[in-house]
Design a protein around this ligand. Structure first.
Ligand SMILES: NC(=O)c1ccc[n+]([C@@H]2O[C@H](COP(=O)([O-])OP(=O)(O)OC[C@H]3O[C@@H](n4cnc5c(N)ncnc54)[C@H](O)[C@@H]3O)[C@@H](O)[C@H]2O)c1
Length: 247
């Protein structure tokens, strides 16, 4: 896919699927802006990519507004926003603290909303733009031990649908990619048991195709959704899960 000269913001672009997405856009010719709170990783990846970098927290709406406004000021446009920044809390509902609940909602839901709102305000006058949010299989299915995460991704799914309807006639398409089990730092984070090859195999065994996804396998779908090839798609939640939710 050709994104020559397109201006693309990727939040969470310093790690995992956001990083793979940033690479894929850069290889397709886009001018990429990496947004992440992890300064060291963000600067490293952006340096390797020749991308611009913004270090900060997407749960801060003023930060999100500044990223978008300055990007548009510099490039005179914004073509694509990808919201991959996210966190997980691995706890049953009864064990989830107030702070964990607030934080995951602020980052996964608030961060996605603030970036979408800022991008939409920039894209509307252009009459064009594409946004791809990161949902999850756990936004539609329930899972034990991740109650707050499931709630946050369910909110991202319906936010995506509602914003898509708000802007269906503005030339702005808004979709979500909903990955299954993907081999990224998040998959291994916050676990109470050690991350061993056996644990990863057990996770892979839960997947109909019998393996975890590599981040690039999700990034390719993000690029498709952001491209003109997906011109009739808005408000769609696209599962990329090797059959996980088909059962
Ligand atoms: N890994 C999976 O199996 C999986 C499955 C389905 C959905 N997802 C979702 O995909 C997205 C990407 O996940 P990943 O697995 O690549 O995770 P990751 O942990 O590898 O990367 C997430 C990135 O987001 C950044 N980030 C987190 N909070 C931030 C904040 N407040 N402000 C700015 N940056 C922030 C982190 O620093 C990190 O670089 C997330 O939304 C996640 O919920 C992951």
């Amino acid at each position: 896919m050709d994104f020559q000269g397109k201006v693309v913001i990727v939040t969470g672009g310093a790690s995992g699927m956001g990083e793979a997405t940033a690479w894929a856009f850069a290889e397709a010719g886009a001018r990429v802006v990496v947004v992440d709170r992890n300064e060291a990783l963000a600067r490293k990846i952006a340096g390797e990519l020749g991308a611009e970098v913004w270090v900060g927290d997407v749960s801060d709406s003023a930060f999100c507004n500044a990223v978008v406004e300055e990007t548009v000021q510099r490039h005179r446009r914004l073509d694509v926003l990808v919201n991959a920044a996210g966190i997980i809390v691995r706890a049953r509902g009864e064990d989830t603290t107030d702070e964990q609940w607030r934080r995951i909602m602020e980052v996964n839901v608030g961060g996605t909303f603030f970036m979408c709102r800022a991008a939409i305000r920039a894209m509307k006058p252009q009459g064009s733009g594409a946004i791809v949010n990161f949902g999850s299989i756990w936004g539609d299915l329930g899972a034990a031990g991740v109650a707050a995460y499931c709630a946050s991704k369910g909110a991202v799914h319906n936010l995506t649908r509602a914003l898509a309807l708000d802007h269906a006639k503005d030339g702005i398409r808004i979709n979500a990619v909903c990955p299954g089990e993907v081999n990224t730092p998040m998959l291994q984070s916050e676990r109470k048991e050690p991350v061993t090859p056996e644990l990863l195999q057990r996770l892979a065994d839960t997947v109909p195709m019998g393996r975890l996804a590599e981040p690039l396998e999700i990034a390719r779908v993000v690029l498709f959704l952001a491209s003109s090839q997906a011109s009739y798609m808005t408000g769609s939640l696209v599962l990329v899960d090797a059959g996980f939710a088909a059962r």
